[in-house]
Design a protein around this ligand. Structure first.
Ligand code: ATP
Ligand code: MG
Length: 408
C-alpha cells in the first residue's frame, strides 16, 4: 500500500512555513504499514494542484492533501480537485448547516465567503471538521482514495485522526519509530558502543542523529502487528540503555526540562538558577514544563558584574582576581543563588558565548557551570564550539544535565 502526500500553499513553496503536516502524516501512515512514496508541494494554483493530484492518483493508492481549503480567494484546492475529477462543485446543505452552527456557537457572524467551504465536487464526500470551519473532502480518483484536509496543523491532525484513519485500508504490517536521547557523549562514541546493533540486519533499523549536542538513537521496527513491532522496539531500547548507561536522558518527546522536573518532584526538592551567558534559557527550559512551579522557585539573570555582587553576593575580590568567567565566580553565583532563593539546588552559569570577548587564557565558548547542593558546590569547565546561539543552548542543556546526573 503506497501513499503520496501533497502540501498546498504559497507559504510552503516560498519557505515561510515549514511543511510539518507531511512529516506528521508520513509518520502516522508508516505506523500503519503504509509507505509514503514521496511528498510534493505546490502553490495555491488550481492547475498546479490538479496536475499534482492526477500524477499522485496514478501512482499511489492513497493521496493525502493538506491546505487551501479556507474561505479566501487564495484557497483553491477544491477547485483543483473538481477540475481533475471533471466534476462541478456543488453546495452541500449538511456542510453549510454545520459551518453556520460553528459560527453561531461562537457568537460570530458568518460571512458569505464561508459558503464556499461547503462546496464539494460532485461525486466526492465531505469530511467533518470538529476543530475549525472548513470540512475536508474525500474522493476517488483514478482508483486512488484522495483525502483533502485543512492546512492548519491542529485541524489537520484532528481530521486525520477522527475521519481519515478509520477510512484507511489496512497496510502491509506496521512500522514503529522510536527515539532515545543521550547527552554528554559524542556521536562517534555512542555509535561505537551500539555498532553491532546498528549493523544488524533484520526488522529493526538503528541509527544516530545529533542536534544541539544531544545525540539521539533512532529505532525503526517493522512487523506484521503493532504488538510485535512494539516488542522489538522495547528490546532495542533495553540493549541501547544498557550499553549507554547514564548518558541516556529520555525517550520520545520527553525533554531535558521534563526529566529534571520529574526527578525534582520525586525527591521533593527545589531549584533556583543564576544565569549570565545563558540569559534565562535554563529557566525557560524548566518553565516550559507545566506544573514546574512545584519545584522551580525562580532565577536571576545576572549579566553585569555589579548585579552579580548585589543580587547573588559574589565577592568583589573574586571578580577582580579571577574575572566574571571563572570557576570561583560560577561557584559563588550558585551558592549565593541557593542561599537567597532558599532552594535545595542552584545552578550558576557564566561564560563567553562569543563571537567576541575571548582572551589568551579564556577562549570563546568557555563556560563554567556550578551546581550547589546540600553542603557541596561542584564546578564544571566546558569549552563549547559553535555560534553564540549554539554555545548558549549547549551551556543551558549541560547545566541541566549536571543536575540530572547529580540526582541519579
Ligand atoms: P484556513 O481555513 O485557515 O484558510 P486552509 O485549509 O486554507 O485553512 P491554509 O490557508 O493553507 O489552510 O493554511 C492555514 C495555516 O496553516 C497557515 O498558517 C499555514 O502556514 C499553515 N499550514 C498550511 N499548510 C501547512 C503544512 N503543510 N505544514 C505546516 N503548516 C501548514
Ligand atoms: Mg487558507
Amino acid at each position: 500500500m503506497k501513499a503520496i502526500i501533497l502540501g498546498v500553499g504559497n507559504e510552503l513553496i516560498s519557505g515561510q512555513t515549514v511543511d510539518t503536516n507531511s512529516a506528521y502524516l508520513s509518520r502516522e501512515l508508516g505506523r500503519r504499514g503504509i509507505e509514503t512514496l514521496r511528498h510534493e508541494t505546490v502553490g495555491d494554483e488550481t492547475a498546479a494542484i490538479a496536475g499534482a493530484l492526477s500524477r499522485a492518483a496514478a501512482e499511489a493508492e492513497i493521496v493525502l492533501v493538506t491546505g487551501g481549503l479556507g474561505p479566501t480567494a487564495d484557497d483553491v484546492t477544491r477547485y483543483g480537485l473538481a477540475s481533475v475529477m471533471g466534476a462541478e462543485l456543488q453546495l452541500d446543505g449538511q456542510c453549510l448547516r454545520e459551518i453556520e452552527d460553528f459560527f453561531q456557537r461562537r457568537g460570530k457572524k458568518m460571512v458569505l465567503a464561508n459558503r464556499v467551504q461547503a462546496m464539494i465536487p460532485r461525486g466526492a464526500e465531505p469530511m467533518a471538521n470538529a476543530a475549525g470551519t472548513a470540512p475536508g473532502i474525500v474522493a476517488t480518483l483514478d482508483g486512488a482514495e484522495v483525502f483533502v484536509m485543512p492546512g492548519v496543523p491542529y485541524e489537520m491532525r484532528d481530521m486525520f485522526e477522527s475521519s481519515v484513519l478509520p477510512r484507511l485500508p489496512a497496510g502491509d504490517g506496521v512500522i514503529v519509530h522510536h527515539i532515545v536521547h543521550t547527552f554528554g557523549m559524542g556521536e562517534s562514541d555512542v555509535g561505537e558502543r551500539i555498532e553491532d546493533l546498528m549493523r544488524a540486519e533484520g526488522e529493526v533499523t538503528i541509527g544516530t542523529t545529533v542536534s544541539e549536542g544531544m545525540v539521539s538513537v533512532r529505532i525503526i521496527a517493522s512487523a506484521e502487528t503493532i504488538e510485535v513491532a512494539d516488542r522489538q522496539v522495547d528490546d532495542a531500547v533495553r540493549k541501547i540503555r544498557s550499553r549507554l548507561g547514564e548518558v541516556v536522558v529520555s525517550e520520545g518527546d520527553e525533554t531535558m526540562g521534563e526529566v529534571i522536573g520529574k526527578s525534582l518532584k520525586d525527591r521533593r526538592e527545589t531549584l533556583a538558577t543564576a544565569e549570565s551567558c545563558t540569559g534565562g534559557m535554563i529557566g525557560e527550559m524548566i518553565t516550559a514544563v507545566p506544573g514546574s512551579s512545584e519545584y522551580y522557585l525562580g532565577g536571576a539573570i545576572t549579566y553585569a558584574n555589579e548585579v552579580k555582587l548585589q543580587m547573588l553576593g559574589v565577592e568583589k575580590t573574586d571578580l577582580e582576581a579571577h574575572g566574571a568567567v571563572s570557576e570561583q565566580v560560577a561557584a559563588a553565583m550558585a551558592r549565593g543563588c541557593r542561599e537567597r532563593f532558599g532552594s535545595d539546588w542552584a545552578i550558576g552559569v557564566t561564560g563567553i558565548a562569543g563571537p567576541t570577548g575571548q582572551s589568551p587564557d579564556k577562549p570563546l565558548g568557555l563556560v563554567y557551570i556550578a551546581l550547589a547542593g546540600e553542603g557541596t558546590t561542584d564546578v564544571h569547565r566546558h569549552v563549547f564550539g559553535g555560534s553564540r546561539e549554539i554555545v548558549r543552548r549547549r551551556a543551558a542543556l549541560s547545566a541541566l544535565n549536571h543536575l540530572r546526573l547529580a540526582m541519579l
